[in-house]
Design a protein. Sequence first.
Length: 482
Amino acid sequence: MTASYNLSQLGSNYLQGGTGSVARTTASKLQESVSVKDFGAVGDGSNDDTTAITAAFTAAAAGSILSFPPGTYKVSGVNVTGKAITLTGYGATLNCTGATGAIQKTDHGNKLIVKGLSFTGSGAGINFTAAPSNNTGNELLVCDCNFATSAGTYGIYSIGGREHIIKNCYFTGINTGSGIYFSQSVSPFVSNCIFAGAPTAPYGVNYPGTNTGYDAGLILRDCEIMGWATGVSIVGLDTWSVLDGCTIDFNTNSLFLATNEASLTNNYIGSNNNNAALHIGSSGAYFCTNIIVTNNILTGHSQTGNLFDAVLIDGAISPNEIQICNNSIAFFSRYGIQFTMTNTNMFIHNNSFSQGAVGSVSPIYCSLGTSDSAISIKHNFFNNGATITGLNVTFAQVNENIGCNTEGRGQVVVGSGVSTYNIAHGLNYTPAVSDCQVVASNAEAANKNVYVSSVDATNLVAGFTSATAANAGVNWRIRRGV
């Protein structure tokens, strides 16, 4: 015969041991956490453990730990709304059979912590859906979890949350939705996660915002996102997004931005199809402004043909205030940066461009060929003999680059009896007269009032108000777009 005891019957007979330890009741020790097996969960992958796990959650004190011993727990969905709780389950798997999700939460103010669990089956692994809030935060912490909901739609589905933290998690085998889906979720933070998708899976990380105050902020740091139809899509955020130290590569579309105030730093961003690795554009009414792209490697993964761009900037609503600086832009087989827009302020400075082995058209290309007066292209290195004609820019400021010959200077001595003098400038375009300068370097040239007479694709023509009487020294300079 087996004896049974109520925990309140157990006396003060537990001692941890070690200096400073004190005696306590066995009851208080055992009640530090609740195991789902205390309420009849089996964890054999066959029996439905939903009722038992729900009972365990109901019995657990607010702020306590609900533990899942190793095993596979079949659930239709467990709702943990109503109290703060920590779920731990290193070695445990929740196999969801319901459409809503394995773990569900619909309230604010009660923090949910999930550690070490694996999720399989249908629905979402974790479904946090609540009305947006202005006065709560730090509500969800998920770490060391594995999401392989191959029959489901999402690893984590988050609507209306604030300051959710997701770290050290693995997302794989998700076929129809997203690794993580955010909406009206203020400032979620995702770090050190791996998203290993399949080309049929739409998104690694998807944030389709609506440009409200609740769609504000997203941080992705030190993540690897590979193998999805779209690696990361960020649309309609009211304010900042930060992507830092991530590898986003071998996705059909790797990174799409139609948002405000985004910073992309120290990332490797590549593509694996006829799409740009980084696409900055507009989506419906949502567009990009104040985008900083710096210290990244951006690659088009060229193999054959000329369909691969590293960066594409476009949209019915023109993106604005774009800074693309200090990047390595490589292995593109069409354009390193292609843009098609009007009335856009954009700086393309201090980048290195290295095209793919075949088919490369231009390191930078303006599809319009006009309306580019607010574009500044300076201090870049082009290794493929770029030309102004190839860049297809008309009014942009293009100067002080290496590998695209747009500036020239020198000195000439003009003999006597000369009214005009041809100076071979050696540039690969026809400069504007306003970009040319000639300055007298001796008295004869000064007395004859040397000036720019004309310029063409070959020569800068220096003119004198009257024929020179002796040798005239002239310094010349051409600098485009100043």
